[in-house]
Design a protein around this ligand. Structure first.
Ligand SMILES: Cc1cc2nc3c(=O)[nH]c(=O)nc-3n(C[C@H](O)[C@H](O)[C@H](O)COP(=O)(O)OP(=O)(O)OC[C@H]3O[C@@H](n4cnc5c(N)ncnc54)[C@H](O)[C@@H]3O)c2cc1C
Length: 391
């Protein structure tokens, strides 16, 4: 088969991989998506969706479908986890929508993943395959040949590695070793509305900033669910890697915080935790007919709540560059990477800074509170406009 009769291969069927498959098909390109897991599924809890993701979702016609399952909070409220004092409030409703021309929403990870999956399933240009782990690949100039764990080979016009934080594709084309373990640990939980005590339920995105901790809660799925995320800085995991949960450490880290925090913390899932990792930003993540996308290209800490948003922006940017140069995919991939690396690198770096800000202690916490309390709503919008106003 001539190379241009081959599909584009996408490795990984997470949010990034499905968004990529759909965006490429939306531009008329056939895609074969290879996912190692036996089914397409997202584990985990809620994610925040900044106005920037809706700008690109609109371009591929999925904005309304994503919004249909989501919750649109009235505002972001940050409180001091020791005193309860409100540190800052940023309206996220009509006023933010006017400023950024797109909404802000929160959704269950499974809901946005499910919307992308359904969109891919409805396209006759996309083939979705499970139980297909990509072990190796060779760029043969005119095409890329992939070796799967089954021993089978697959050929494509190009290969896009959407295979996440521990990307096999990245290992081959960038080769910068394992991700950086941040020493920050997250526990999450999703409650049904009736599991949340009435006085603790709120419509906002609420962040409780404590010394080396923060706790976030917000409604999900049109208000039917409630999302909890507890994050703390643990010295135990700076050097090593251990995904086994240690609830005792979780409760020790939040000791002495406001009762509103402790009462909700009791309801968090303690059987599983996430050891948060990222990488240093890089400038080049494409090689010939192979490129990376989402966490495979620029894994970031979650403090700006943008990993899935950046993966979706990547997907739309990539498909647009491919559509401009359908006969020169290496050039299209270079143009995509050129368009993306400064923005995604900025998010990687600023996510670390926000982590420090959320977890400040002592004088640093006082200075943070003073700084945030002195800001007007427009100052707050100006401060995040580089991110929410982008793409
Ligand atoms: C605690 C926490 C909170 C977060 N909150 C937010 C938030 O509020 N907003 C936001 O936008 N983002 C958030 N994120 C980030 C977001 O979840 C990720 O950035 C995003 O899901 C990355 O998607 P991805 O498709 O690039 O990678 P992944 O979701 O990791 O998907 C990779 C896929 O590739 C498959 N795969 C891997 N290797 C192979 C192989 N060799 N062959 C075949 N398949 C393979 C995997 O099975 C998987 O399905 C958060 C992350 C964490 C940890």
């Amino acid at each position: 088969m001539a190379a241009n009769g081959l599909p584009i291969l996408v490795v990984g069927g997470g949010i990034g991989g499905l968004a990529t498959a759909y965006s490429l098909a939306h531009k008329g390109f056939p895609v074969r998506l290879l996912e190692q897991a036996p089914e397409f599924r997202e584990v985990g809890a809620g994610i925040q969706l900044g106005p920037n993701i809706f700008r690109v979702l609109e371009r591929i016609g999925l904005k309304d479908a994503v919004l249909a399952d989501a919750w649109q909070p009235n505002g972001l409220v940050m409180r001091d986890a020791l005193t309860g004092e409100v540190i800052t409030e940023m309206p996220l409703g009509a006023r933010a929508q006017k400023r950024f021309a797109q909404p802000y929403a929160v959704t269950h990870r499974a809901d946005i993943h499910g919307t992308f999956l359904k969109a891919c399933q409805s396209s006759n240009l996309i083939t979705l395959e499970n139980d297909q782990r990509v072990d190796d690949f060779v760029d043969e100039d005119e095409k890329v040949t992939v070796t799967l764990a089954s021993g089978e080979r697959a050929e494509g016009r190009a290969l896009i590695g959407c295979d996440g934080m521990w990307s096999r594709v990245r290992e081959k084309i960038v080769g910068d070793g394992a991700p950086r373990i941040s020493g920050h640990i997250a526990y999450r939980g999703v409650l049904t509305r009736d599991q949340v005590p009435e006085d603790l339920w709120g419509p906002d995105m609420t962040v409780w900033a404590g010394p080396r901790t923060h706790f976030v809660h917000y409604p999900l799925r049109r208000g039917e669910l409630y999302n909890l995320v507890a994050v703390f800085h643990s010295d135990k995991y700076v050097e090593g890697w251990n995904a086994e949960a240690d609830p005792e450490e979780l409760f020790t880290r939040f000791k002495g915080q406001r009762p509103e925090v402790l009462r909700l913390l009791e309801r968090i899932e303690t059987w599983r935790m996430w050891v948060l990792c990222d990488r240093e930003p890089i400038k080049e993540w494409s090689q010939g007919r192979v490129t990376l996308l989402g966490d495979a290209a620029h894994p970031m800490l979650q403090y700006l709540a943008q990993g899935a948003c950046m993966a979706t922006e990547d997907a739309v940017a990539l498909s647009e560059r491919v559509a401009e140069r359908p006969d020169d995919l290496p050039a299209a991939f270079r143009a995509y990477q050129e368009q993306r690396y400064l923005r995604t690198g900025r998010v990687q770096i600023m996510a670390r800074v926000y982590g420090e800000f959320f977890h400040a202690r002592g004088v640093a916490a006082e200075l943070r509170n003073q700084f945030l309390q002195s800001r007007s709503v427009d100052d707050a919008y100006d401060g995040i406009a580089w991110l929410y106003g982008g793409m």
